[in-house]
Design a binder for this molecule. Sequence first.
Ligand SMILES: Cc1cn([C@H]2C[C@H](O)[C@@H](COP(=O)(O)OP(=O)(O)O[C@H]3O[C@H](C)C(=O)[C@H](O)[C@H]3O)O2)c(=O)[nH]c1=O
Length: 208
Amino acid sequence: MRLAVTTYEWSSHDFGGEVNPTDIPEVILLIPRRFRDERGWFSETYSVRSCPQALSRTAFVQDNQVFSAARGTLRGLHFQRPPQSQAKLVRVLRGRIFDVAVDLRVGSSTYGRWVGATLTAEAGEQLFVPHGFAHGYCTLEPETEVAYKVDSFYTPDCDAGLAWDDPSLDITWPIRTEEVVLSGRDRDLPTFANFVSPFRYEPAETPV
Ligand SMILES: Cc1cn([C@H]2C[C@H](O)[C@@H](COP(=O)(O)OP(=O)(O)O[C@H]3O[C@H](C)C(=O)[C@H](O)[C@H]3O)O2)c(=O)[nH]c1=O
């Protein structure tokens, strides 16, 4: 079941943009401020100094950049199992995506539920996906480029996933099924019904 993403203005220069708690408070939508002038604009897209605590506590170790040729390219739902689970900070360099996080933390009040947000190069929205969540996105334009930070290195032996179209997750993807472009691996991912989660819910020590 989809949970809402609510937006409110955040005018503080501390971060300089907007931070939007979603209905799963650990999943955070951020819109870094853009300083515009006659040449264009400048934005600090990531800063340990000024980002929400949940991000400044995350020691990212790897940057990824992904090009998807076709609109409707769907990557996910993926996660890495412990001890190589990953938190991710996702943004779009070109085009638009619908980005989704699914709560896999046993004991969470939102276990098995998802939040989604449209991220665009035009506005610079970012989504922070913490440990314990599956992550996936579909592109909404051709030739979309996505960049994201992760806090654990790629570890194929820990790579895992769930089916994007699992009816028990009931994710409302904003694309028609017939236009979805999937990898062979993503076509064969298991369903949530047969899933035994390696993640446990741990209440955050401090607010995000
Ligand atoms: C993820 C990753 C992949 N690779 C290599 C492995 C393959 O040869 C090739 C494509 O990998 P894959 O098909 O797993 O790429 P995506 O389908 O975009 O996977 C990602 O999709 C969703 C959205 C995620 O959140 C994960 O970060 C990740 O699983 O890149 C690497 O060398 N390093 C990496 O960190």
